[in-house]
Design a binder for this molecule. Structure first.
Ligand SMILES: *Cc1c(COP(=O)(O)O)cnc(C)c1O
Length: 344
């Protein structure tokens, strides 16, 4: 029995062609900025997003944390939404590494309310912490891959500029927002002071992220990356996989979205099962089974016995993520297994 792994879009394995590209990549010492493949990747990504510069980093978490550190001083306050990856899944790094105070505020199902953000910016006086950074996540993981609309992105960037607060985009899956809407990548980052993007999610590279910004910002971020232990040497071997992923997988991301919708449609046939949101806007399917009062641990174990892997996602919730390694036929099989298990 072949395992159908829908736990995340990070579970994909490099294709033979990707490995071939890795094998052939010219390399150098990237700490000396000497690796031609890394330099090619950085120039390519900067060009795609219409920014001055990009920096290759080992992970999305390091990308976010290098940006936060580079923008901040200890004691600065960081505004983010209360389900943000940087708050939930980065091991308190904003506090531990940058000594930031977190100010998580509610969103509308993953779409931030610019008025709430503006209201959360501290007055300038001797008592208050200084608001240093606003962070936005797009697409939004914990809110089921929701796309933060372009108009909201623009309003938040304008608020940051007006109050002299840096805006950071956790764009691990900004590729999916682009694929789902057709809005060019460069449009999503207008007015943002830093951005992190992942190559190892839907694009399917084994490792790697990039941070984007002005040349001046990226020069400072390069020092932060070195301090965090993220200076790498002949890493063109990995960057080659990211280049391959952009060229070959980015144009196909829409297939993941179509498969996520198909999966969702089948699962939602079970009475008392809800999708959040319905239909899934991108590649993430969040399934709310709380009305069915089933034991989710047992349900997941039964799915696993039948070769289908999905993850628990908070009380009464499960998450399945369409990814390159799960094709149309496998989606049908998984949909059947999940539907029958939840209906039992
Ligand atoms: C995956 C992800 C990251 C990066 O996580 P890593 O585990 O470091 O790769 C950052 N932000 C969001 C929203 C993510 O989904």
């Amino acid at each position: 029995m072949k395992t159908i792994d829908l736990r995340s879009d990070t579970v994909t394995r490099p294709t033979p062609e990707m490995r071939e590209a890795m094998m052939k990549a010219p390399v150098g010492d990237d700490v000396f900025e000497d690796d031609p493949t890394v330099n090619e990747l950085q120039a390519k990504v900067a060009g795609m997003f219409g920014v001055e510069a990009a920096l290759f980093v080992p992970s999305g978490s390091m990308g976010n944390q290098v940006c936060l550190y580079t923008h901040s001083k200890p004691g600065y306050e960081l505004i983010c939404d209360d389900n943000a990856h940087i708050d939930w899944y980065e091991v308190a790094a904003p506090a531990a590494l940058s000594r930031l105070l977190m100010r998580p505020i509610p969103s509308n199902g993953g779409v931030p309310d610019p008025d709430l953000i503006e209201a959360a910016i501290r007055p300038v006086n001797i008592h208050s912490p200084e608001t240093g950074i606003i962070s936005v996540e797009n697409t939004h993981n914990r809110h089921g891959g929701v796309i933060v609309p372009l108009a909201i992105m623009r309003r938040i960037a304008a608020i940051g500029a007006k109050h002299n607060v840096k805006c950071h985009l956790d764009g691990a899956r900004i590729w999916n927002a682009h694929a789902a809407t057709g809005v060019p990548l460069a449009d999503w980052v207008v007015g943002f002071d830093s951005v992190s993007v992942c190559f190892s999610k839907g694009l399917g590279a084994p490792i790697g992220s990039a941070i984007l910004g002005t040349r001046e910002f990226v020069t400072r971020a390069r020092r932060t990356r070195k301090m965090f232990g993220g200076g790498m040497r002949q890493v063109g071997i990995i960057a080659a996989a990211a280049i391959w992923a952009i060229d070959h997988q980015l144009p196909k991301l829409g297939e993941d979205h179509r498969r996520a919708r198909r999966l969702a449609e089948q699962i939602a046939r079970v009475p008392g099962v809800r999708l959040i949101p319905d239909p899934p806007p991108t590649n993430i399917v969040v399934i709310d089974v709380s009305e069915r009062k089933i034991d989710t641990e047992k349900a997941l174990a039964r799915m696993k016995e039948q070769g289908v892997l999905i993850v628990p996602f908070g009380p009464g919730r499960l998450r399945a993520v369409a990814n390159r390694d799960v094709d149309d036929d496998a989606i049908e099989v998984a949909a059947e297994v999940i539907r029958k298990t939840l209906a039992a």
